[in-house]
Ligand binder design. Structure first.
Ligand code: DQA
Length: 151
């Protein structure tokens, strides 16, 4: 199984960025935990971060030819604004899980709307770095279920 983890803008600053909201774990630490969890299960996992909307769209499009099975995405601020990212995910038809470190529903009104959530397999938010692990587990379980149904 092959998973792409996509991190949107400003997530490269995790560790020092508003630690009261996003916690103290750096992006490298979060990625290392995900890779280790995946490796123990024989899952190939690649992590990409970009501050640029088009680069995130490119990564989603490229995932198809890279035979990625599913996407774990924290689109950060683009969650609330990016029709382009939504369209890319729908165009590829790749199953994806949306994650957020913070509970976006308990924050400013503009963060409470996601342009991705209604098409996600599931959404996890509010658990800090753990949101990623929980989201990954959910995505893998959904992909395994899908594969079982095909066989
Ligand atoms: C975030 C929430 C977004 O509203 C914000 O723009 C982020 C991070 C989160 O993980 O909690 O950059 O996606």
């Amino acid at each position: 199984m092959k998973i792409l983890v996509l991190h949107g803008p400003n997530l490269n600053l995790l560790g020092t960025r508003e630690p009261g909201v996003y916690g103290r774990a750096s992006l490298a630490e979060i990625d290392a935990q995900l890779v280790s969890w995946a490796q123990q299960r024989g899952i190939s996992l690649r992590c990409v971060q970009s501050n640029h909307e088009g680069a995130l769209v490119d990564s989603v499009q490229a995932a198809v030819s890279q035979q990625v099975d599913g996407v774990l995405i924290n689109a950060a601020a683009y969650t609330h604004t990016s029709i382009a990212l939504r369209d890319a995910l729908l165009a590829t038809a790749l199953p994806f899980v949306e994650v957020h470190l913070s509970n976006i529903h308990g924050r400013e009104r503009f963060r409470q709307r996601s342009l991705l959530a209604d098409r996600a397999v599931g959404v996890v938010c509010g658990f800090g770095a753990l949101s990623y692990r929980l989201g990954l587990e959910g995505l893998v379980a959904a992909l395994e279920r899908q594969a079982d149904e095909r066989n």
